[in-house]
Design a protein around this ligand. Sequence first.
Ligand SMILES: [Zn+2]
Length: 271
Amino acid sequence: MSKVILVLSDALRYDVAKENMGYLGHLVESKLANLYKIVGELPSMSRPMYETVHTGAPSSMHGIVANSIVRRSSMPNIFQAVSSAGKVTAATAYYWVSELYNSAPYDRIDDKETDDDSLAIQHGRFYTEDEYPDVELFAAAARLVRRFSPDYLLLHPMGMDYHGETFGSDSKEYRNHAIRQDMWLAPLIQEWIERGYTIMVTGDHGINKDGAHGGTTPEQREVPLFWIQPKIKGRGDTGEIVSHLQIAPTILSLLDVPIPETMKHPPVSFD
Ligand SMILES: [Zn+2]
């Protein structure tokens, strides 16, 4: 059993992550991590994919088929399953995550910081502006880890999406931001490994050179899955393709939490 941190980097493309995230690349090269390609679920939109990642269900089943659907999740999900098992949940994330798992619509003041064991996300730190600095969000996540040792933490930065939508994916701004995220993550991942955490780094969708996503091209849907297991030798770049639908059951199985029947896809295999 291991505690888990999921870094869901909004609009982190597979190819850009592989080419520009050198610390993660080092872990893969040294077989201290596994790398898979995810051919993302559809539509390649944010709110539908937050729900797909957390429920292990496709959008046609969970019903969050567009960003405009503002309501709580109606399906079993990682936060609900982990907190129901008596474990500690936390998130530093865009406010849509608070709307899906804590309360909707989001109240910018009351919902900004939550420390409430009765909520699905017990310790939440949320933001509403797409240009909110990732480095501040990473620090907030690191603080939650030190303070509460959550069993499951979601770290959800918006910087790749913001730079991609503003400058397009074929831009120095988008690529350089991948380098920065990797640089900010490196010391945190080292600390979290020492604390015994399993860490996964993935994206909700990709983005194209027009700065758009929502469609079906590889640019819009292919994202990486880096998987780091403390003290367990990995396989490096596995060359394997896995599904967004496997993330939720994989995380629950790592946490030793029963997998709900609605999560029909098998956990990803590490070895
Ligand atoms: Zn997104």
